[in-house]
Design a protein around this ligand. Structure first.
Ligand code: AGP
Length: 611
């Protein structure tokens, strides 16, 4: 996710901006830039790679001023290079913009502006905003009014900071999705993506809400709503220390990342599904209907949580493609002499893009002539460099070793890929549109679970944290979720936990059932719901403790289970994105109750780069 900072005040703006961007480095980025307004106008310096590269350039070309902005870019549109690094500007170089998020309608806007003579210098969606403001100022409209009009034309979600180099001293920032906060200082004001960069200057923070924008100068900050009405927003007094600020007040990165999932899932589908046409569009993956017709089977290669995502992907892709989908552990794949040729599509699923076992499997498949794509969360990682196509998950950097938002965004990527395949196979666009609509409301449903169930799940964790073993059960598309729930629990709480297909329990694991064994199961309304209920009756008959994740208002289940966790309804292919969230929270709160190191569990690494 990009990092944003804007400053207007009396200090030398360069160290303020560079220092602020450093506080935002944890968000992950691949290039950086700074704009400073001085007497001669706007000076911009940008650099590919890390902030040290930008600082080196600033040593060669020092800038000075007390008004400006800076940005660290996590590329979504356009390669991660200097030319695409923010800030971006208009034709005259006066209107300067930095941006986090995705302008979904940038292509038609760009085409219209080009037809009006605007020359674009980058591949980014962001640049459109600068030229749009410029276009609106042509008839004498002032900068502020031009920004107001521009914001009304943008679709998608964005955090924007904009300045007019010919009218220094005023910063305008707008929020529609990604976070934006404003620090109120003494004779200075500072705008950023989150609190961390502000604490060096002030603890009085205004949080912008979606649809709002702020006009700030050295003395004053005024918030406006989407109808340009002033909003009276009292600042909050932040008491966090700097480390807590990077976790945005959450106790652990893992909990922060669980709560980031609505945004992460939204960022993964935004700009890729278009309900009007019923089309899915991938920036970095092009498969024609003819190329797809030549694919006779699919192999998915992954490890750990990503392998569980692959198992869910199998259900989604087999239903869409009606060809065999095999899912392999990376560590097994290359040693089983897999049957691969140019009619095989191989998908490497990897958050880090550096997992040795997965990379090795992908290399094997490529060597055998497969078409190779990857679902990956890190721009430019090894897996993305060797693949013919990439579906990036836009989860932002995942710091907690236990993977959470990477998993739900991998499921989102598989869902989009399944719709893409349906589109290539000429399926009914109305069905695809319906599925897109359900995808679009999933972030709200995750928020619903987090809001309504987190405290209840924390209480369940306190009830069951002393257990020595857990069993997780699921059927069909929820069998991988049972596996994932078991992995989450075991890797951060060190409690032994197993995941099983619910129907398989009677073939062995049922011997484990007694009054000391918590059994966590998914029993949402799918075609196998009644079968799952039968399996759970077998658990109850042997005094097992039943914790069931079920649909809201499943009154029969509430009476039957020892504890239930209710989740909103959605279509079956999307249910795993919702049913995994209670599993993540349960693991987190059990581990917390047991005093474990949640973010860095013993023996584990975030990216396993050795075989
Ligand atoms: C997940 O919680 C684990 N940390 C681990 O299983 C992880 O999913 C696995 O190592 C694969 O990592 P990758 O997605 O970066 O390839």
């Amino acid at each position: 996710m990009c990092g944003i900072i804007g400053y207007v005040g009396t200090r030398d703006v360069v160290p303020v901006i560079i220092g602020g961007l450093r506080k935002l480095e944890y968000r992950g980025y691949d290039s950086a830039g700074i704009a400073v307004v001085d007497d001669s106008g706007v000076e911009i310096v940008r650099a590919e790679g890390k902030l040290t590269n930008l600082e080196a350039k600033l040593n060669d070309k020092p800038l000075s001023g007390s008004f400006g902005m800076g940005h660290t870019r996590w590329a979504t549109h356009g390669k991660p290079n200097e030319n695409n690094a923010h800030p971006h500007r208009d034709c005259n170089g006066k209107v300067v913009v930095i941006h986090n998020g995705i302008i979904e309608n940038f292509l038609p806007l760009k085409q219209d502006l080009q037809a009006k003579g605007h020359e674009f210098k980058t591949e980014t969606d962001t640049e459109v905003v600068a030229h749009l403001i410029e276009e609106k100022m042509k008839d004498g409209t002032d900068f502020t009014e031009a920004v107001r009009k521009t914001l009304k034309e943008l679709e998608g979600h964005y955090a924007l900071v904009m300045i007019d180099g010919s009218a220094p001293g005023t910063i305008i920032a707008a929020k529609s999705g990604p976070p934006l906060v404003v620090g109120l200082g003494e004779n200075e004001n500072i705008i950023a993506s989150d609190v961390a960069p502000l604490l060096a200057y002030t603890r009085n923070i205004i949080y912008l809400e979606d649809g709002e924008y702020v006009i700030a100068n050295q003395q004053q900050v005024q918030v406006f709503d989407g109808n340009d009405r002033p909003v009276d927003r009292a600042p909050k007094r932040i008491t966090w220390d700097a480390v807590m600020a990077e976790k945005e007040g959450y106790r652990h990165y893992m909990l922060k990342e669980i709560h980031e999932q609505p945004r992460a899932v939204r960022d993964t589908f935004t700009g890729r599904m278009f309900e009007e046409s019923g089309e899915v569009f991938f920036n970095d993956l092009q498969l024609t209907a003819e190329e797809w017709a030549k694919i006779k089977k699919v192999h998915v290669i992954a490890c750990g949580t990503s392998w569980h995502a692959g198992l869910v992907g199998k259900f989604l892709l087999e239903d869409a493609a009606r060809i065999p989908i095999e899912v392999d552990y990376g560590s097994e794949y290359r040693y089983r002499n897999p049957i691969v040729d140019e009619s095989t599509l191989v998908i490497g699923v990897t958050q880090s893009g550096e997992t040795a076992d997965t990379i090795a499997g992908m290399q094997e498949a490529k060597a055998k002539g497969a078409k190779l794509i990857t679902i990956c969360n890190v721009i430019g990682a090894a897996a993305t460099r060797m693949a013919d196509g990439v579906i990036y998950t836009n989860a932002g950097p995942e710091i907690g070793v236990a993977s959470t938002k990477a998993f739900t965004t991998q499921l989102t990527a598989f869902f989009l890929l399944s719709l893409y395949i349906r589109q290539l196979r000429g399926e009914n666009r109305d069905d695809i549109r319906y599925a897109m609509h359900e995808m679009r409301v999933i972030p709200h449903k995750i928020e619903d679970i987090l809001k309504k169930q987190e405290k209840h799940i924390e209480a369940l964790a306190h009830k069951y944290y002393k257990a020595n073993d857990f069993l997780f059960l699921g059927r069909g598309v929820h069998y991988p979720i049972a596996l994932e729930g078991a992995l989450k629990l075991k890797e951060i709480s060190y409690i032994h936990a197993e995941g099983y297909p619910a129907g398989e329990m009677k073939h062995g694991p049922i011997a484990l059932i007694d009054e000391n064994l918590p059994v966590v199961s998914v029993a949402t309304h799918t075609p196998v719901y009644d079968k799952v209920v039968s399996n759970l009756q077998e658990v109850k008959a042997r005094d097992g403790k039943l914790i069931v994740i079920c649909d809201e208002h499943d009154e029969a289940m509430k009476k039957f289970a020892d504890d239930v966790i209710e989740i909103p309804w959605t279509i079956e292919p999307l249910q795993p994105i919702l049913t995994v969230v209670p599993m993540q929270l349960l693991a987190y709160y059990v581990a917390l109750r047991r005093g474990c190191d949640v973010d860095q569990p013993r023996n584990l690494a975030k990216s396993v780069t050795v075989e």
